[in-house]
Ligand binder design. Structure first.
Ligand code: SF4
Length: 97
């Protein structure tokens, strides 16, 4: 369970891609209206659309709180893995030259 303190800055606004269940934000942890991401609607995904949180279409369907929590949880896990990799890379002399 993610502590509320770490998620309270996240803004999910209704009526647009940001709150659509098909929106896959690039950064779910910090997603706001300006966040960009992919649209995964079954009839739109083939177009490889890049949408922002403030976009909208008539296929909108509200995301569940469970889905939002899942995206955030996965993002934190990915961030932890990236941080571990960076720590290892930082130990190698000249790795950032
Ligand atoms: S483009 Fe439409 S279906 Fe896709 S995320 Fe936005 S509102 Fe949802």
């Amino acid at each position: 369970m993610i502590p509320e303190k770490t998620t309270r800055h996240i803004t999910w606004q209704g009526g647009n891609c940001l709150l659509c269940k098909y929106f896959v934000p690039n950064d779910p942890i910090n997603a706001d209206l300006l966040e960009r991401g992919k649209c995964a609607h079954p009839s739109l995904v083939k177009f490889n659309l890049v949408v922002s949180g403030r976009d909208w279409c008539n296929l909108y369907s509200e995301v569940s709180e469970k889905r939002v929590e899942k995206l955030i949880k996965e993002a934190y896990k990915k961030d932890d893995e990236q941080q571990k990799t960076l720590i290892e890379e930082s130990k190698r002399p000249g790795n950032f030259d």
